[in-house]
Design a protein around this ligand. Structure first.
Ligand code: FMN
Ligand code: SF4
Length: 662
């Protein structure tokens, strides 16, 4: 089968997904919409940087039908949500935006930009001014009382949205999307939860949607050819918030006012988990919201959320639940998703594991990065212009995430690569990390990396423990040590190896307790996940943690989700509690200024963390600058750092050893 034939067959397999559609007068080549995602790659003054262009161009080049460029602030500084955010509030932004629109159009994708005002969902430490809102009610997640906008200020904000649409049009965008979802300013006006005004902008639905309707009408009047999309919360999922019945009425009014597209979403900061869902939410779980809107309007409707399989996307389109499907994190993880699906190359799609480190980095005030895709936001950095000489021999020791990524990338660089793995299968700790509830996507990541390895020219030696003597035999020109990490055994009085179970014994079901009382020592992310795993199997579990919080370093949304599950499954916790002694299945627990307490259980599970494992380091040190230690073997930090560090190291080798730069 030739390439064209393959594409034809896949388009037949997913006919609804690859069918063209018209949005107003704009024709899109397929039904795949890149959801707006604030990645914060703009210059500090909010203008478009090279990084912004590279990032969006990579997604356009990947074959998506429509890109909705991330939330761009129409009213800086008050309306900003973060540093590095695009700003669209003066003519000076047009030049950069024009380059961005051009880069997207170059690859045949439609280009919209989202118009945004944060309202009360921002901090004065970001904006330098007190947040503003329809009413002076603080968002509980922000905890900073906003100032109530007066009518004149509301008129000014309406005008800023309309002006922003004019700038977008001047820059060559096909459309704008008004961000009326996720608890930001326009949603705050729509929602009785946050809008308790008594003037013409509050009270009745007609009043609450006045600001949105004025903006839509203003844009329609001033730039009639510009397509307008509105991203709406079909359900706020907060008490007194916007509910389906009212949202549908709003959508009908918007259609009458002449908008071209409705983009359905839900949730606010306060409702927490529903707009950027943690891993436990099912694929397309909120599509019923888009379906309800679609039944009420005749303009195209976009639905989505947690979607990554083309079969699923095609099915919801075929069933008429929506007209277009949005993909967010799936495209952050792999910008080539549409192209690969079209060409029948699903096994080479880099899977999003829903770890939410992307939005986690945003909330830490940093540009967004992705655990599985080290190129996200660094598109130019890894675009090598040439290949290296092929006679250069490299050895990668260890096949966890760092080792696999490094081996594949070195091979792509043109080197001869041998991968050594002492186990009979690759994947390292991904094999364990993918076992607890809702972590299975980590196994997809492992399979993806192993698939990349199989497709590469890397020589693979499994069940082969690399020894110092092998240096003589293989004579590598460089060695990457990626031997990962091993569990820490704490220094506790009386501890004997057979007094406790390790994570591996539990997760691989070498030991399968049921209806037992188990103590998990260590309440970090691993300890909490194994507790979840054991509680799901019907055990009574108690976590003992020396710190004051469980899993404090975990990404917030997935943490909140995990804590809810632990709570619902009756997992007990003992915080600020130090285990001082173990004797078979009894532990001595000390709390500050309290007598130690003896607790007995059926079994004890040790989950106090991991430490670097690099037994070869002493022997390999003699290699000097030919040796690179990467991933957990260098310092335990998890997958994100492991994959990124592997890629950065290969980039450094390309530059330093071969003079190849991007
Ligand atoms: C890093 C990040 C930034 C986001 N920024 C925006 C945004 O600017 N505007 C918006 O409407 N939604 C934003 N979202 C929500 C996404 O558009 C999307 O609705 C959400 O990620 C769920 O879709 P997915 O499961 O396909 O990722 C963001 C999501 C992420 C992960
Ligand atoms: S950081 Fe995690 S959730 Fe975000 S896109 Fe990457 S893999 Fe997906």
């Amino acid at each position: 089968m030739n390439g064209k034939e393959g594409i034809r067959l896949n388009m037949e397999r997913f006919p609804a997904l690859f069918a063209p559609i018209k949005i107003g007068s704009l024709e899109l080549k397929n039904r795949i919409v890149m959801a707006p995602m604030l990645v914060s790659y703009a210059h500090q003054d909010g203008t478009v940087s090279k990084g912004v262009i590279d990032y969006y161009e990579a997604r356009a080049q990947g074959g998506v039908g429509l890109i909705v460029v991330e939330a761009a602030c129409v009213d800086s500084p008050a309306g900003l949500e973060g540093r590095g955010q695009l700003i669209i509030d003066s003519p000076s932004c047009i030049e950069g935006l024009a380059s961005l629109a051009q880069a997207i159009h170059k690859h045949g994708a439609g280009a919209f930009i989202q118009l945004f005002h944060a309202g009360r969902q921002t901090h004065s430490r970001i904006t330098g001014v007190q947040p503003v809102a329809p009413s002076a009610i603080a968002c509980p997640m922000i905890n900073e009382e906003p100032r109530q906008l007066d009518r004149q200020e509301i008129k000014i904000i309406e005008e800023k949205f309309i002006k922003a649409a004019q700038y977008a049009w001047s820059a060559g965008f096909d459309g704008v999307e008004i961000h009326a979802a996720h608890g930001y300013l326009i949603n705050q006006f729509l929602s009785p939860h946050s809008n308790q005004r008594h003037d013409e902008y509050g009270g009745s639905l007609e009043n609450r949607m006045r600001i949105l309707m004025n903006i839509v009408k203003g844009i329609r009047q001033r730039v009639p050819e510009l397509a307008i999309s509105v991203r709406i919360n079909v359900d706020d999922f907060v008490p007194l918030g916007l509910k389906e019945s009212e949202s549908i009425k709003i959508c009908c009014h918007l259609e009458q006012a002449g908008i071209n597209l409705i983009h359905c979403s839900c949730g606010t900061y306060e409702s927490g988990l529903t707009s950027i869902e943690p891993a436990s939410y099912g694929e397309g779980w909120k599509i019923y919201l888009a379906e309800a809107v679609k039944k009420a309007v005749s303009i195209p409707v976009v639905g989505g959320g947690m979607i990554s399989s083309p079969e699923f996307a095609n099915r919801i389109l075929e069933k008429g639940q929506c007209d277009l499907v949005f993909l967010g994190r799936t495209l952050l993880a792999d910008p080539q998703w549409p192209k690969k699906v079209r060409q029948g190359e699903m096994e080479s799609v880099r899977p999003c594991i829903r770890c939410n480190q992307c939005i986690g980095s945003h909330f830490q005030g940093m540009p967004v990065s992705c655990t599985v895709n080290p190129h996200a936001g660094r598109e130019r950095q890894f675009r090598w212009r040439t290949k290296a000489v092929s006679k250069y021999r490299s050895a990668v020791i260890g096949s966890g995430p760092a080792g696999l990524q490094a081996a594949v990338s070195l091979s792509r660089l043109g080197l001869e690569v041998t991968l050594f793995e002492k186990e009979d299968r690759g994947g390292g700790l991904m094999n364990l990390a993918g076992i607890p509830p809702h972590k299975q996507r980590i196994l997809d990541l492992r399979d993806y990396l192993l698939g990349q390895l199989r497709q590469s020219k890397v020589e693979q030696l499994f069940s082969y423990e690399f020894k110092a003597e092998d240096l003589e035999r293989f004579k590598p020109d460089l060695v990457l040590l990626a031997t990962g990490s091993i569990p820490v055994i704490p220094n506790i009085e009386g501890i004997e190896e057979n007094d406790y179970l390790g994570l591996e014994e539990i997760l691989t079901r070498k030991f399968c307790p049921q209806s037992q009382h188990l103590l998990v020592i260590g309440g970090g992310e691993n300890g909490c996940e194994v507790a979840d795993f054991l509680a799901q199997a019907g055990n009574k579990v108690t976590i003992i943690e020396a710190g004051r919080l469980l899993a404090p370093g975990m990404e917030k949304k997935n943490r909140r989700d995990l804590m809810n599950r632990l709570h619902n499954r009756g997992v007990a916790k003992r915080l600020s509690s130090q285990v001082t002694k173990i004797d078979k299945n009894r532990v001595w627990i000390a709390r500050e200024q309290e007598e130690p307490e003896i607790v007995e259980a059926d079994a004890i599970v040790m989950a106090v963390g991991y430490k670097s494992y690099r037994p070869l380091y002493k022997d390999l040190r003699q290699l000097g600058d030919k040796l690179y230690v990467i991933g957990d073997a260098l310092r335990v930090r998890g997958f994100k750092s492991a994959i990124l560090e592997a890629e950065l190291t290969v980039g450094m080798i390309a530059r330093d050893k071969f003079g190849i730069s991007s």
